[in-house]
Design a protein around this ligand. Structure first.
Ligand code: URA
Length: 207
């Protein structure tokens, strides 16, 4: 399953709401809610280990996630819209920021910033980017993470285009991607149809 459209009814319902034209506030809230649910899905295989806590009746056996360290990797700028939701679920995660701009003429990715945190060879990276369109930004980000030794790389997106899925699966077949929806195709300007429009603009209220 390199790219999985998460079938959870809450996610499908919220994507429908996200597609409606509406306020920046509503778009941000829904983006955060879906990001939480995607993190929930993408971490379902994290191993647990037994532990003990002191509770109201003494020592109680519990479970906790076994030594899994996470770095969240929002791709600027739209990926920031998913960051708070992801941090709600993994509050101790480190955050590595990547900036990959899409050249609107060539549609090619141009990395302009990378601020990676911690020992990436010990961490699971959860890349956050609302739109998997051509796949260029995602592939460039995975390239950067792999160059720094990261071996467990997962991607969370709101909407994926078949073109982006094919490109990501070809370039990085080992990277799993959870998406809230798989849409029809890209238009000539590289926008996903029906998609969400410009996710960055909708999150930042630029338009
Ligand atoms: N980026 C967006 O914000 N929207 C798209 O449809 C494609 C890329």
């Amino acid at each position: 399953m390199p790219v999985l459209a998460v079938p959870h009814p809450l996610i499908r319902h919220k994507v429908g709401l996200l597609r409606e034209e509406g306020s920046t506030k509503k778009f941000r809230e829904l983006t955060g809610e879906i990001a939480r649910l995607l993190v929930y899905e993408a971490t379902a295989d994290f191993p647990l280990e037994p532990a003990t806590v002191t509770g109201w009746c003494g020592e109680i056996p519990v479970e906790r996630i076994a030594g899994r360290k996470v770095t969240l990797v929002p791709i600027l700028r739209a990926g920031l819209g998913m960051l708070d939701g992801a941090l709600d679920m993994i509050p101790n995660a480190k955050v590595s920021v990547v900036g990959v701009a899409r050249n609107h003429e060539t549609l090619q990715p141009e990395p302009y910033v990378d601020r990676f945190v911690g020992h990436l060879d010990e961490r699971t990276a959860l890349i956050l980017d609302p739109m998997l369109a051509t796949g260029g930004s995602m592939i460039a980000t995975v390239d950067m993470l792999k160059a720094r030794g990261c071996r467990d790389i997962r991607a969370l997106v709101l909407v994926a285009a078949p073109e982006g899925i094919a490109a990501l699966e070809k370039a990085h077949p080992d990277v799993r991607c959870w998406t809230a929806a798989i849409d029809s195709h890209l238009n000539a300007d590289g926008y996903i149809l029906p998609g969400l429009g410009d996710a960055g603009d909708r999150i930042f209220g630029t338009r």
